[in-house]
Design a protein around this ligand. Structure first.
Ligand code: BGC
Length: 709
């Protein structure tokens, strides 16, 4: 008995000693017998990277700089493994509204999530999509999209969060934080990518100030949050392809922002040369080697590209592979997380918080089942799961709740009849008119907007298709209680029909649980709380021009609410707008100090109270104006926001912070940021045009600095 015990104890010790001995032996490599630091998970990342890089031949390094093949394997895009050195390769997969592989949770699209103004919720979405990506075997998630929406007709508007750089940055950072608990996030598309039809060729031209202040700050925030990868855009900026832009990649991204991850190209047509991208700072050509394979090797051998540029590019790849545990074989998530009940519940929560109540005449909504006994649901889209475009962000969910199914599920005893047509007959219209209320489901689909693959690209028109516009007018002409449920990924002009309607909900592309969220909001189980992350103009005259067919396009300093504010236009619905079933009052605006150092933080307090009958969420918004600036600036800009949930009668104090450094402008003459020591206006309210509270503060001790914020 005693002996057995001794033996049992001795064996593991012996085995361990043997293992250590073997490990020590294998710890010396063929090349020079040096210790293989790169294999040691406890060694510092940079030591491992340098050790690994130092062992790679030029061929091995170049091999890391391109994807493996055009088509994806199991929906994953691979980069090459290197067995000799244990490099596993990346396994990349889209995308922004969920895992684009197999069946997965289809979340509401980015624009819908932007309407939640809820970064904490977005972090959970990022975490969920990251977990599903990991469970599918992916280790790089090609999301989030933080391209600024310059014009609502951009076909891929649905993938991003909206038109405001501050808001985009907050939402993008939240997604990255969540996703990177599981995988590497790849923020895209760097930069000025917001026209689809000519995406492979168009040059978006912007002066340096516009670039720095309007189109890049949100990317910078994701870099500061530690994003591992950046995808360069297809288009050109000021004449240079993004993947070849030394200015964008090296000067700004690497040198100024300190990004130490890798840049991969957008797919197939995102790389157009060999030498230029290699010198600009691109690390990986995706999805295969057209320019950065044998041609790059030849360019190095011909002395056109120094090997140091290859080292720099590969160093970035190896660093992220090691930092994120990919090199060490970090285990993936369990496949049970894919479309799990938790994730579909999260998709429902997001859809609820994303729906924006645009119009509600005479308290039409919520529908009161005691007064509304019969409902006509009208439109082809009512019975379709309209989840967004069919491009790279497409997600195939295991199920999807249509608006009709959601309405039926939440209608209680109300009778619901569906008219599955956009061209109702006179008899149909007769019956629709006789119902106690009509719900018309209309909007955009993959046929109207989306990534330019098999389908459409940029929108031809700012409004609905004529047939749908006619449908709404006809139904509203018959039924005074006509409620419109709108779907789509961007702003829609409504002028020809809005006045005849009783209520309008913007439901976006609401994800696999969207129908339930719509049903809940219509019947008052959920109080709407979404806010527009973009301006709803009355017509395109209120927007900067949009050209979907030009070779070069000018991106001016003003767009969206900045443009309508400067031009003193009255948009139909301003940025930040959204109604509720309850009411809120803001009061007691207080700035902590009236003077803020240029490198300091302004703290602002405001009381928000739910003055209405039901619990609800409000989004408190803070805007800053520049009354004494010596340069042209927007009338005001969003600089802070907070979503608050309040019971009826409840009051809370919300604190918002503004970094004085974020108020800097880019001085083209000195090529540096400058925070002006001057007075600033501060507004707090519930949309960009409903700002009841106002204060003034000063920034003191101005400083010019190389980096913003
Ligand atoms: C899109 C990217 C996407 C990539 C891979 C490209 O066409 O622009 O957003 O990540 O395809 O699917």
């Amino acid at each position: 008995m005693r002996l057995d015990l001794a033996a049992a104890l001795a064996w593991p010790c012996l085995t361990l000693a043997l293992a250590l001995l073997l490990a020590a032996c294998s710890d010396s490599s063929d090349d020079g017998g040096s210790r293989e630091i790169f294999r040691d998970p406890s060694a510092p990342v940079e030591d491992r990277v340098e050790d690994l890089l130092g062992r790679m031949s030029l061929e091995e390094k170049v091999e890391q700089m391109h994807g493996l093949q055009l088509g994806s394997v199991d929906d994953l895009y691979l980069t090459p493994a290197n067995e000799r050195l244990g490099i596993p390769g990346f396994r990349m997969v889209d995308g922004p509204r969920g895992l684009r592989a197999g069946q997965a949770t289809a979340f509401p699209v980015g624009m819908a999530r932007g309407a939640t103004f809820d970064p904490e919720l977005e972090e959970r979405v990022g975490r969920a999509i990251g977990a599903e990506t990991s469970a599918h075997g992916g280790n790089v998630l090609l999301a989030p999209v933080v391209n600024l929406l310059r014009h609502p007709r951009w076909g891929r508007a649905q993938e991003t969060y909206g038109e405001d750089p501050h808001h985009l940055g907050e939402m993008g950072v939240a997604f990255v934080r969540g996703a990177q608990e599981h995988v590497v996030a790849s923020v895209k598309h760097f930069a000025l990518n917001s026209i689809e039809n000519v995406r492979f060729s168009v040059s978006a031209n912007a002066d340096e100030r516009t670039l720095r202040e309007v189109y890049l700050p949100h990317f910078r925030k994701t870099v500061e949050a530690g994003v591992g990868s950046v995808m360069s855009a297809y288009n050109r900026v000021n004449g240079t392809y993004c993947s070849e832009s030394r200015h964008l990649l090296t000067d700004i991204l690497f040198d100024e922002w300190g990004f130490d991850g890798f840049v991969e190209s957008d797919w197939v047509f995102g790389v157009n040369d060999t030498v230029a991208p290699a010198l600009a700072g691109l690390s990986i050509e995706m999805p295969m080697a057209r320019f950065l394979g044998p041609k790059l090797l030849a360019a190095v051998e011909a002395g056109e590209v120094p090997e140091s540029a290859i080292d720099a590019a590969v160093r970035r790849i190896l660093r992220i592979m090691i930092r994120f545990g990919i090199y060490d074989g970090r285990p993936g998530q369990d496949s049970a997380v894919i479309a799990s009940p938790e994730h579909t519940a999260l998709a429902l929560e997001v859809a609820r918080k994303a729906i924006v109540l645009l119009r509600n005449q005479a308290g039409t909504l919520p529908l009161d089942a005691s007064r509304v006994g019969s409902i006509a649901v009208v439109g082809v889209l009512a019975d379709q799961a309209n989840l967004g475009d069919h491009g790279s962000s497409r997600v195939v969910p295991p199920y999807a709740v249509t608006p009709l199914a959601g309405i039926r599920a939440h209608a209680g005893g109300v009778s619901v009849e569906h008219f599955a047509t956009d061209t109702p007959s006179p008899e149909d219209l007769e019956r629709i008119g006789a119902a106690d209320a009509a719900i018309v489901v209309v909007g955009l689909t993959d046929d109207d907007e989306g990534e330019n693959l098999v389908s459409h690209g940029d929108r031809d028109r700012p409004g609905l298709r004529e047939e749908q516009e006619r449908l709404v007018s006809e139904v509203a002409g018959r039924n005074p209680r006509t409620i419109v449920v709108l779907e789509g990924g961007s702003a829609i002009t409504l002028e020809s029909w809005i006045d005849s309607t009783a209520a309008i909900l913007m439901a976006w592309y609401p994800g696999l649980e969207g129908g339930n969220a719509i049903g809940e909001v219509l019947f008052g189980e959920t109080v709407p709380s979404g806010k527009l992350p973009l301006t709803f103009a009355r017509s395109e005259d209120q927007l900067p021009p949009f050209f979907a067919d030009r070779d070069e396009v000018e991106y001016g300093y003003l767009h969206g609410y900045r443009f309508v504010d400067r031009m003193a236009h009255e948009p139909r619905f301003p940025f930040g707008f959204g109604l509720s079933y309850t009411s809120f009052a803001l009061s007691g605006l207080a700035v902590e100090t009236a003077e803020v150092p240029a490198d300091g933080t302004l703290r602002v307090r405001v009381d928000v109270e739910n003055t209405g009958p039901v619990a609800g969420d409000e989004v408190v918004q803070l805007y800053v104006g520049y009354p004494e600036s010596r340069v042209e600036r927007p009338v005001r800009e969003l600089r802070g926001f907070r979503r608050v949930g309040l019971a009826p009668g409840e009051r809370r104090t919300v604190t918002l912070e503004v970094l004085a450094g974020d108020l800097a402008f880019w001085d083209e003459s000195t090529e540096a940021w400058e925070v002006e020591a001057t007075a600033y206006d501060l507004w707090v309210g519930t949309s960009s045009r409903d700002l009841p509270l106002r204060e003034r503060f000063r920034v003191v001790g101005a400083q010019a600095s190389a980096g913003q914020g």
